[in-house]
Design a protein around this ligand. Sequence first.
Ligand code: PEP
Ligand code: MG
Length: 754
Amino acid sequence: MTGLAVSTPRLLLRKLHQVMAGRGNAEQRLDEIVRLIAGNMIAEVCSCYLMRAGDVLELFATEGLNKDAVHQTRLRVGEGLIGDIAAQARPLNLSDAQTHPQFAYRPETGEEEYHSLLGTPVLRGGRVIGVLAVQNRTRRSYTEEEVEALQTVAMVVAELVSSEEMVAATEFSDTAGNATLPHRIGGSILAEGLASGYAMMHEPRIEVLQAIADDVPLELTRLETAISALQSSVDALLAATNSLFTDESQEIFEAYKMFAHDKGWLKKLNDAVRTGLTAEAAIKRVQDDTRARMKEISDPYLRDRLSDLDDLANRLYLHLDGHTVIDRRNLDQATVVIANNMGAAELLDYDRRHLKAVILAEGTRSSHVAIVARALGVPVVGQCEKIGEAIEQGDFILVDGEHGQVFLRPGDDVQEAFSRNVRLREERQAKYATLRDMPSVSKDGEKLSLNINAGLLIDVDHFHETGADGIGLFRTELQFMVRSQMPKVDEQTDLYSKVLDNLNGKPVVFRTLDVGGDKVLPYLRTKPEENPALGWRAIRIGLDRPALLKSQLRAMVRAAAGRELSLMFPMIAEVAEFIEAKAILKKEIEKESKRSGNEPAKINVGSMIEVPSIVWQLPHLLNEVDFVSVGSNDLMQFFFAVDRGNPKISDRYDTLSPSLLKLLSKIADDCAAADVPVSVCGDIAGRPLEVMALLGLGYRNFSMSAEALGPVKEMALSVDINQLREFVLKLCDVRDHSVRDQLRSFARDHSIIM
Ligand code: PEP
Ligand code: MG
């Protein structure tokens, strides 16, 4: 048995090209294709199975097996060898298929005489839409070249199958679910809201519209031009940004540079085109190869390098002529951005007019992209693990950020139901608007302060529409994160003045830079750390390298000349740190007073409570501060030793666990005893049930995302805190994992609106 010679793909591809361009309907062409493959690969059998609704693979065409089995033989994904290829999304090469434990005998096919089998998935947009397999009577092992050739042919089949003509085309769009029902993917709510729009991949994906080249030399030239452009762009990037990059990103780009010039990679690409593929198809083939290798490698370093190669393939694709890089700043339709994960700055890169929602495969509620999205009012559904496989660029999507789900290519019924929800949400928003000017007072007359968290000028511009009492947390680092260079003192002064001007006397609390951890500044070189959340971040950087902190304090003091300034320091773990930071502030005030003769009319200096250790020094801290604010996101992370950015464990502990409530209760009690104002500005301050519990513990001041203000206020107006207090305090001592259910029942029994 000679099998498929290395030069054969080109011949085969040429013939396939003729079939594709020829007459006949799609099924007839598929018949012709399997006949050609069998002939060229000197295989007795070639069969093509296509995915039908409900994850079933159906025999659509065969050369060699019993023709009556066409449209009769069906295997579930995971069933038999064909089902296994689909489930694993990778080729299977067996010299004795029948002894394989997965072998499933189908008498109608007459396949018992064939021993060896080579099968490969037919992929479209990363999804399995079928399986292509050849079989031989003899026990033979297919060569590496044959495996590659079959994979190449599978790309052509994918092209045919996805063409409009193919009978099953409508079903393919729903292979990830059920063809008759719209496909729904569940995730978790990272930013509330409802929106619809067309999918746009944050990371580009290679689209192969035509797999077989019409003109091989032309394709080689296209590839070559793209490679040169890629090489120059990577070289230029590295040269220009050498001094600005962090060690880590520098390393990534060094690796890119190495790979962009790597002879092996370039040869593979050229060889793939020489076999008769278009440049796009060649890049895709080589990328698929890399991905298959990635799956098998467990060494994280090597995996990273392979993932660099994967990314490089995407970049190369964008350099091919005819592919314009999508201009994120100028979108032309309602857009839902799909990404694995994303930084806050990348989100801000998108055209706000058309960015309607974001879907992430990863992401957590307290990740910074989620915080920024909430500030922008952009719904985000995260932890949709399967989203990358299920979606195609341009698909219409409904994003339900109220229930943590997304609908791909929804049917009419779902669209109608969704529109009803949008209307209901609008009604609710209108109701919240009526609450806007009502004083924030509980049912039993306790005065509350409901504030918003901010960090971008857009928050400040819309401040007065929210009806908030003030800004309880202004995350100054967001301004630093969205710039490519460190903002100068004057620029910062300008910004803080704008905030104060806009607030027009309403209180605003600036927090000094909280960078490090997951908040990376492109221009601040820091060494990679094993545990960045526990690392060199926030006030630790501020005290070790005071220049940055000083310039920021100077800007704040200048901006607040003649007015009231409230500022606080993040991540204070012991009183000594607060005292040191306050001393730096004092010096800046003195310097500014000497320089301009101006000073803020009043300065309130506060500390965040985010590190559990400080809770055990509270009486000392409270002697030093004018106020404190509980950053429950970090406090929770350190209290439970649970990485706030890790979706695997983000739901493991409940924010309404008795132990956390007890800690929060102690903080509230100590502050009350020392008569020091305390607020809560972490995520829990924006959730009605959590705020209800906090009211019971004695908290009266909350700062949350603007979105949360309406629901929290509605709840707060309906609650009798006096009635609640004892109940909540008792819950701090129970041994349950969470007291969420008890609190919900209390709310129901006492007509508290949630
Ligand atoms: C917090 O930790 O709760 C907090 C408000 O700060 P950030 O989310 O910015 O870390
Ligand atoms: Mg924090």
